[in-house]
Design a binder for this molecule. Structure first.
Ligand SMILES: Cc1cc2nc3c(=O)[nH]c(=O)nc-3n(C[C@H](O)[C@H](O)[C@H](O)COP(=O)(O)OP(=O)(O)OC[C@H]3O[C@@H](n4cnc5c(N)ncnc54)[C@H](O)[C@@H]3O)c2cc1C
Length: 399
């Protein structure tokens, strides 16, 4: 049944707060449903967006549906495998299949990319779509729900009206803190330092199209190809009590070298030439009990910031966008009910992914006898069997 209350879909746009992966993907997915949107983004220009990002088949499938995969294809890495190594000895503990194996299993590839390339592809597609308006330098100052939707006043004195507000304003979401449960993410006691180097600056054995994870007590290092395989993105996760609000706080190279001084020689070789590390403080937040209230819904990190140990935060933002658009696009009832449907279909899944990310972090950072036991299990497990345990994650499709 098409509810007459949903007829305002034709008259006012969806307001989207935030033009990150969640906001841009939501706008593109809504446009495919014939729904116009207005993205209000507080930044005045877009600059480099972090370093690397891994996108599992559950995310690349959505990039294909949004029509941006072709543009991205020459820019991404398509790793053949995931190599898990003991960070002290350097020994390979497991080599898990990605490449053709995962693409055939889940009908979409596993990509590794520069975050900037993903963001630019989404932004370029959104800018080319007449149903999407993007205004930069627009920070929400107040949000007022009303009978037909939501109105947003910006700090610059402008106002915008929409039939709904999708809060895609990131981990520090002011919508979540002011209108939802008010919870603030808490520091996890670790940070992620990131950098990108030319592939040929890496030690020769590491110049491969694979994802590599080095496991150490209380730390791990991940690296993978980006920029069509010409560069290598690295992330070093360490115990760290510094608090940074930005993605891009510089870290002295000596600090990273010192932290990894007892690691395998090949890993020390890899980080030796790197001088431009940027730090991101890791924070956690339980998934809020409500992901929508009335005509307002949370999406992406605003809804469920997660630790990066499962490489799924950005992918969950893509999934949110796909589900939001399909639900609103069904026009099967008033907006508030459709957003409640979206929230109930997302909550259990994102909570599972948040929990799996935390569990992965604990396993990665084991030390002593527990690390030896973990390594023994990895060595004797059949690689395809290990990967099949993630069918629930990578095989996901919007209903
Ligand atoms: C070290 C690290 C590694 C990661 N690796 C991966 C990975 O491999 N795979 C993966 O899928 N994910 C990964 N992630 C997670 C992923 O980066 C995030 O989940 C994703 O970028 C979230 O996108 P978003 O659009 O929800 O939020 P954001 O990217 O934070 O975008 C929010 C936007 O809202 C804007 N904004 C904020 N407040 C306002 C306001 N009041 N008014 C207007 N605009 C506002 C901001 O300027 C910003 O542009 C990683 C994260 C980290 C920290």
């Amino acid at each position: 049944m098409i509810d007459p209350a949903a007829s305002h879909l034709a008259n006012a746009p969806a307001l989207i707060l935030g033009g990150g992966i969640a906001g841009l993907a939501s706008a593109l997915a809504l446009a495919q449903q014939g729904i116009a949107s207005h993205i209000l983004e507080k930044r005045t220009s877009y600059s480099e967006e972090g370093a690397g990002i891994q996108i599992g088949p559950n995310g690349t499938r959505i990039l294909q549906q949004l029509g941006v995969a072709e543009r991205l294809q020459p820019l991404v890495g398509t790793p053949e495998a995931l190599s898990v190594r003991d960070g002290r000895s350097g020994a390979q503990l497991a080599l898990l299949p990605l490449g053709d194996w995962i693409a055939q299993r889940h009908g979409a590839p596993y990509w590794t990319a520069h975050r900037h390339d993903i963001h630019t592809a989404l932004l370029t597609a959104a800018q080319a779509d007449p149903r999407i308006t993007i205004t930069l330098g627009d920070t929400a100052a107040s949000i007022t729900p009303n009978d037909t939707g939501v109105s947003v006043a910006t700090t610059g004195g402008r106002s915008a009206n929409g039939f709904t507000l999708i809060a895609a304003d990131g981990i520090g979401s002011t919508v979540r803190t002011s209108l939802f449960d008010g919870a603030q993410p808490t520091p996890y006691g670790k940070s992620a330092a990131r950098s990108v180097i030319p592939m040929d600056a890496a030690p020769e054995p590491l110049r491969r199209q694979i994802v590599t994870i080095w496991l150490l007590p209380d730390a791990h290092v991940v690296h993978y190809p980006v920029s069509g395989g010409r560069e290598l993105a690295m992330v070093v996760v360490l115990n760290d009590t510094h608090l940074s609000e930005s993605w891009n706080q510089p870290v002295a190279a000596g600090e990273i070298k010192q932290a990894l001084r007892t690691s395998a020689s090949m890993l020390r070789e890899l980080i030796k030439p790197v001088h431009d590390w940027k730090r991101w403080t890791l924070r956690t937040l339980p998934v809020p009990a409500q992901l929508s209230i009335g005509n307002i819904a949370l999406a992406g990190d605003a809804a469920h910031p997660m630790l990066p140990f499962f490489a799924q935060g950005g992918v969950m933002a893509l999934e949110d966008a796909a589900v939001l658009a399909a639900t609103l696009g069904s026009r099967q009832g008033p907006t508030g009910k459709l957003l409640a449907d979206y929230a109930s279909s997302r909550r259990a899944r994102v909570a599972r992914v948040v929990a799996a990310s935390q569990r992965n972090g604990r396993i990665y950072h084991l030390g002593g006898a527990a690390a030896l036991a973990r390594n023994a299990v990895l060595r004797i497990s059949r690689p395809q069997h290990l990967m099949r345990q993630y069918d629930w994650l990578y095989g996901w499709r919007a209903a």
